[in-house]
Design a protein. Structure first.
Length: 275
């Protein structure tokens, strides 16, 4: 678990729209909190897993589906005595069919990432996933076209289910600290605001030292590190979209460009103008 370090970014793309992994392992390993430059779908097949995403701990059952949106800080917590088997999809944020990633933004807006299905829909998605896996391994004519079609089909159903709340909602499926959840939502929706410890503590009627300890306990990061990282990620996105660097820094909550430039270089190992 990282506390005073910046979050670890994991990248994984060349020019692919998506990648599918079917993984089965059993190891005594502690995963650090991290985030990705892409979206991720995790489908648990077997194992005893609690998945931590932005302050919520999801207690998973077989064939539960998690939507892990780009830049969401997360980690799995795995009981090593049981095999951990899962499908994992990595999905680009800039898909040609942009609507297929709406569910990830909605998951971020709702601060809720879990899809738990009734048996009929669960079987439908199982069938598509196994067909997609077989197609991606195939060398037959048109396997790439079929794989793209099956991926699109899977994502259409996933979006329908999540956007229309066609999943089973069980409050026992997750645990969280409500104050920290509200604090996380406020931070992520107000990155350009004054997010000093004093301001946040006053807003949520908390002792600032108690708030900082609780935040670190629930998220794995210091409050300062979390805010700084989210602002830098926003700045990088704005710069990649063509916004001038100085303007992107200001619109990401940095009042001092020198501080921004130094932090950006530390986090991404390059200057903000070197995208």
């Amino acid at each position: 678990m990282f506390y005073d370090q910046e979050p670890t970014e994991k990248t994984g793309y060349l020019d692919q729209s998506f990648r599918l992994f079917h993984i089965r392992d059993q190891q005594d390993r502690i995963f650090p909190f991290h985030y990705h430059d892409f979206h991720k779908v995790v489908i648990l097949l077997s194992g005893k897993v609690t998945y931590h995403i932005e302050g919520k701990a999801y207690h998973l059952k077989p064939w539960d589906i998690l939507l892990v949106n780009q830049h969401a800080i997360h980690k799995p917590e795995i009981l090593p005595s049981l095999p951990y088997e899962r499908f994992v999809l990595w999905i680009r944020d800039d898909l040609e069919k942009e609507s297929l990633t709406q569910c990830f933004q909605k998951a971020s807006d709702r601060s809720f990432n879990l899809i738990r299905l009734k048996s009929r829909m669960q079987e439908k998605l199982k069938e598509i996933l196994f067909e997609l896996e077989a197609s991606m391994k195939s060398t037959q004519f048109g396997n790439d076209i079929l794989s793209d079609a099956l991926f699109s089909q899977f994502m259409v159903y996933l979006n329908r289910i999540f956007l229309e709340k066609q999943y089973i909602f069980d409050q026992k499926s997750y645990t969280c600290d409500q104050q920290i959840q509200e604090l996380l939502q406020y931070i992520n929706h107000n990155l350009t605001a004054n997010l000093s410890v004093d301001v946040l503590a006053e807003k949520y009627y908390l002792s600032k030292y108690h708030m900082m300890r609780k935040f670190k306990s629930e998220t794995g990061y210091t409050l300062h590190s979390y805010i700084n990282s989210k602002r830098l990620l926003l700045a990088r996105d704005l710069i990649s979209e063509g916004m001038p660097v100085i303007k992107a820094a200001a619109q990401s909550g940095f009042s001092d460009y020198t501080t921004f430039s130094r932090a950006y270089k530390k986090m991404f190992n390059k200057c903000p103008s070197a995208l």
